[in-house]
Design a binder for this molecule. Structure first.
Ligand code: PLP
Length: 380
């Protein structure tokens, strides 16, 4: 039997126009802190319908910048869901704050508003909601809670760029919304991230934070013909280069098509699994347009399905190990089993199937056929 190429769970799609855009930047005067950074910030912010964008070197730095801008520090608590990449909670720790885990809803794995209310204390400063798998959280409900308790609301929208909530773009609903441009994400810059916000003061703080805490950048000084600068905060070098942003701008042009393709793939999976109680796709709220960064099913025989797919050259994945169960969190925050039972139960069953714009129909048929074979063995 000839071995077919391995199908990953996600990957980038790079077109000739992306390569051209990067090359044009390489031939230009500015490799970093140049005009392409600003253009990418403006165009992505406009796409999302928010005034300001601050580009940084990855999604994790974007989360860190968001925590910094909100003034999170020692003694402050920030509520986060456990069903996310560790970076969501780690960003709170970077600032010396304490992440507090609020459980998710069983059918969507999105943070549960009732669980948030149960975790609020006098020290709670903010909530970071995660648009898990590419589906928007219920921001109307979250905003009501945030306003009632005087909390700031952050969206970890690393999965949901291109999706929408009641017709409004994902990333337009919170005080600060964070994106990642890692190769598996909705669009890529290789590594990259951005925070968007309607709040000019928060945007200003993040621009200083990403540039060592210095009030002007190299191009601003060059344009002003002045050498003097001042460092006013302890910041970082979290800048994103013009080379990355050229790729991001070019990818942004194709975002709508990427999302459409992801939604088509999801619809084909939905139809294929409709008659299989052993493979249950997560629920989608009717007011959401799902960006489908991930296509997640719950399957009681998850480990067998995972292994069976691997034997057939298909790399599924599990998103995520609940953050509060990682050894670091157990050791340093004393978290463990029982803290978020819904997420913990889901962890035993979730499987992310291959979904990305460049996945061909034939490859998807291979995935579906492989699953049908394995399911016939374990749950006939
Ligand atoms: C990818 C991701 C991040 C981190 O983004 P990087 O660009 O990899 O640093 C944070 N949160 C979520 C939910 C993510 O999926």
């Amino acid at each position: 039997m000839t071995r077919q190429p391995t199908v990953p769970y996600g990957r980038q799609q790079i077109a000739d126009e992306d390569i051209e855009a990067v090359c044009a930047t390489l031939r230009s005067n500015w490799l970093t802190t140049g005009p392409t950074v600003e253009r990418f910030e403006q165009e992505l912010a406009r796409k999302v319908g928010v005034e300001h964008g601050v580009a940084v070197c990855n999604g994790t730095a974007a989360l860190h910048a968001a925590m910094y801008a909100l003034g999170i520090g020692p003694g402050d608590e920030v509520i986060v869901p456990p069903m996310t990449f560790a970076a969501t909670a780690n960003a709170v720790l970077y600032q010396g704050g304490t992440p507090v885990f609020a459980d998710v809803e069983a059918d969507t794995l999105l943070i549960d508003p009732a669980a948030i209310e149960a975790r609020i204390t006098p020290r709670t400063k903010a909530v970071v909601a995660v648009d898990y798998a590419g589906q928007s959280c219920d921001y109307d409900a979250l905003r009501t809670i945030a306003e009632r308790h005087g909390l700031r609301l952050v969206a970890d929208a690393c999965h949901s760029l291109g999706g929408s909530y009641h017709g409004a773009p994902c990333g337009s609903q919170a005080d600060l919304s964070v994106f990642s441009f890692h190769p598996v994400k909705p669009i890529t810059t290789g590594e990259g991230g951005m925070v968007v916000t309607g709040n000019e003061e928060l945007a200003r703080r993040m621009r200083i934070f990403r540039n060592h805490g210095i009030t002007t950048d190299h191009r601003q000084r060059s344009l002003a013909g002045a050498w003097r600068y001042e460092m006013v905060e302890l910041g970082y070098n979290y800048r994103l280069s013009d080379i990355h942003c050229a790729l991001g701008l070019s990818q942004l042009n194709r975002l709508d098509g990427f999302i459409q393709r992801r939604q088509n793939i999801a619809a084909r999976y939905d139809a294929a699994f409709a008659g299989y109680p052993a493979i249950r796709p997560l629920a989608v709220r009717p007011w959401n347009s799902h960006g489908y960064h991930l296509y997640v099913v719950r399957a009681p025989h998850r480990d067998t399905l995972y292994a069976g797919l691997r034997d057939r050259g298909i790399n599924a994945n599990v998103h995520y190990t609940p953050v509060h169960l990682h050894p670091y969190y157990r050791q340093h925050l004393g978290t463990g089993e029982g803290l978020c039972p819904v997420a913990e139960a889901a962890w035993d069953e979730i499987l992310s199937l291959p979904i990305f714009p460049a996945l061909s129909n034939d490859e998807q048929e291979r995935v579906i056929a492989a699953l049908e074979e394995v399911v016939a063995e374990v749950a006939p």
